[in-house]
Design a protein around this ligand. Sequence first.
Ligand code: NAD
Ligand code: DAU
Length: 352
Amino acid sequence: MTILVTGGAGFIGANFILDWLDRSGERIVNLDKLTYAGNRNSLSSVEEDPRHVFVAGGIEDETLVGILLKRHAVRAIVNFAAESHVDRSIHGPMAFVETNVFGTVRLLEAARSYWQQLGAVEKGRFRFLQVSTDEVYGTLGADDLPFSETNPYEPNSPYAASKASSDHFARAYRETYGLPVIITNCSNNYGPYQFPEKLVPLIIHNALSHRSLPIYGDGRQIRDWLYVKDHCSALRLVLERGAPGSTYNIGGGNERANIEVVEALCAILDGLCPRADGKSYANLITFVKDRPGHDRRYAVNPTRITRELGWRPSETFASGLRKTAEWYLDNTAWVMQAANGTYQDWVARQYA
Ligand code: NAD
Ligand code: DAU
């Protein structure tokens, strides 16, 4: 048995593959285009593992995907591949349309052609898991209830709009062709192997390099934080027991304002790696220009996945954040390689 994971050299995909291979003998074919966000070093521990087959390529390459599905008799696709950074989508939306919309539709097409020629048993067992985000629901007011699966889609950034579009296509393939699609909408992940353009690794990287810690606007925007391995455990459950045609919201129940996240990280780093001058890393906090269209609050109601599949996160926000800081301190070689020339160009452009 084999599953096809797309975008497996990225943050969540790599964590998913490492966890999967720790727990299962089932092979993974990992199709990744290796954009700036893809990093094969994240998977160096399984490079020689015969259960992990890496293929460099894009989800938009229908022919390649068709060959991989047939050759490996794939029983499920887990689609992580995407352009994932909101700020980059504001600078250049087209890459998001290309991969997240056109790419996903081409992947769905390849899946449909393959699935339609399977025998009855394999057809019933096949799954297409579309890994999506809570950002498709838009923003919440301070007193609004957390997002549930019935909330309307109201995306506010080009990134969120592209993910909303891919979710709509995934849903349409289920309704129109019967493809056994499941969609998950998850909140903000943090943990090992996250590219240092996102808030948590950016703050750790900047703090340890004694650079300023940029906080957009007033820093009171709220996100619901989930340790990446808890997202992976949810996805494994959904793949195993989720109902085709269903959507599952996944969230950590950890609503925090950005300023609180950054202050918590600074306090952890003050303990783990005190500054030579005795000051707190929090002294490096700098409020900068806000993100256009910045969503004020996300919060996710995970009742369905908890009730139907028995999922619960293992990490608290405090334990997950500490583990993350420790991982970045122990893996400076990974960080230095990720924060290479093109990363420096991005930082210069975004924070000039
Ligand atoms: P990431 O940017 O770290 O990784 C994306 C991966 O996809 C990279 O390895 C990249 O090389 C690959 N990729 C990009 N375009 C591709 C293409 N055309 N074909 C094949 N591979 C391609 O992203 P992430 O944070 O790991 O997110 C993974 C998925 O989870 C995304 O779909 C994202 O929308 C979703 N998601 C992310 C979060 C989060 O907090 N990071 C939360 C909820 C949902
Ligand atoms: O909610 C799920 C989403 O979470 C995923 O779908 C996205 O792929 C993922 O990138 C993430 O989106 P956010 O925009 O919420 O994540 P980011 O880490 O970019 O920012 C988190 C918050 O921190 C957000 O309110 C913006 C703020 N921020 C971010 C950066 C990079 C800052 O204040 N300063 C910064 O330098």
